[in-house]
Design a protein around this ligand. Structure first.
Ligand code: AMP
Length: 351
């Protein structure tokens, strides 16, 4: 067990790190952020900050010496530095989880090997591959970069075969083509797995995305989601077991005609779990800290009949939430407002 008083290192400086640092502080831990960004909203709530590139070996060595355990809040950290740290200090989730989640082809193969079903897909390395894949998968389809996509970045919809040239011009590199799933609902499974292999799971939220960015998570989810939750949860559990995972794991699914369609996994706390701060007995952030420090996991029961989380994106107004009954406002402390930028969120719990 890594006892309270110890220092938790966090790779990444965004709002997920910020909320992890708050949860860690509540349990008596210190946190140390390592991130290259000029603005780190995580550092505003953490105990220390090292502003450095992830591959800066001197900075990494000092970071390893200053921390008792390391986690990450951002899955696009290069694998090399994380593996380097893991040779010197406990890193959770283990780099194997990051390796799988960073690369869409590896992720889909891994999940298929565990009995999961992604949308029909093909690995694409050339314009000719794309033509062949479009023949097989048909349209509409989505072309996604193999690496470094988030919030809809690095993906483009191909509505009809004539869109293929424009899509290839936009992506133009290692990618996957996915059949478009005409789903009525999207949901996510969040589980926390402890170092003893025990897991807890959260109720599955119904997630609504607009322009590929999460807008709302609502609980309880629609009946169509609830009917697929057990199968999706079992898959998330197999993923976590296979990876020897420690921490919070998020898996996103579409409600498919014959069961859950796996979209992607995130080896970290997740935006569709922000509602757990007030809407569950133990938040995803606290359970992640508990897991990586070897503490018992907390219960995840809903605290109300209904819970809704809405993201504040770009210049969405936030002040109305201050007078809304049952609403909990979270602002991330970001300096500049930009269209599509997640600035905060509001969770409403109906008891
Ligand atoms: P991703 O970054 O891959 O999670 O995609 C972001 C969002 O785009 C998803 O949450 C969906 O709303 C949408 N999307 C991604 N892939 C597909 C697909 N194969 N079919 C339908 N919608 C998709």
């Amino acid at each position: 067990m890594i006892a309270p008083g110890a220092t938790i290192g966090i790779l990444g400086g965004g709002q997920l790190g910020r909320m992890l640092a708050v949860a860690a502080a509540q349990l008596g831990y210190r946190t140390h952020i390592l991130a290259p960004d000029r603005e780190s909203v995580a550092a505003q709530t953490a105990s220390s900050l090292t502003r450095a590139e992830y591959d800066d070996r001197d900075a990494l060595a000092a970071f390893a010496a200053a921390c008792d355990v390391v986690t990450y809040e951002f899955e696009n950290v290069a694998l090399g530095p994380v593996e380097w740290l893991a040779e010197r200090i406990p890193v959770h989730p283990a780099p194997a989880a990051l390796r799988v989640a960073q690369e869409r082809v590896a992720e889909k193969r891994f999940v298929e090997g565990l009995g999961g079903r992604p949308a029909p897909w093909a690995a694409i390395a050339s314009r000719a591959d794309l033509a062949a894949a479009l023949e097989r998968i048909g349209t509409p389809a989505i072309l996604k970069t193999v690496r470094f996509g988030y919030d809809g970045k690095g993906q483009t919809v191909i509505r009809e075969p004539a869109d293929a040239d424009a899509a290839w011009d936009a992506i133009g590199g290692p990618s996957v083509l996915e059949g478009f799933i005409a789903f009525a609902h999207e949901f996510s499974i969040l589980i926390a797995r402890g170092s003893d292999g025990g897991t807890v799971r959260y109720d599955a939220p119904d997630n609504v995305h607009v322009d590929a960015i999460l807008r709302t998570s609502t609980l309880p989810a629609a009946a169509a989601v609830l009917a697929q939750v057990d199968e999706a949860t079992a898959l998330a559990g197999r993923i976590a077991d296979e990876l020897g995972y420690v921490g919070v794991l998020a898996c996103e699914f579409f409600v498919g005609p014959d069961g859950p369609v796996f979209n992607e996994m995130a080896p970290r706390v997740h935006n569709s779990g922000h509602w757990t701060i007030e809407g569950a007995e133990t938040s995803q952030f606290e359970n992640h800290i508990r897991a990586i420090c070897g503490l018992p996991l907390g219960t995840t029961a809903l605290t109300g009949r209904q819970v809704t989380m809405r993201n504040l994106i770009g210049d969405d107004p936030w002040d109305g939430a201050l007078t809304e009954p049952g609403a909990h406002l979270h602002l991330y402390g970001k300096g500049a407002t930009r269209p599509g930028r997640k600035m905060g969120h509001v969770t409403t719990v109906t008891r």
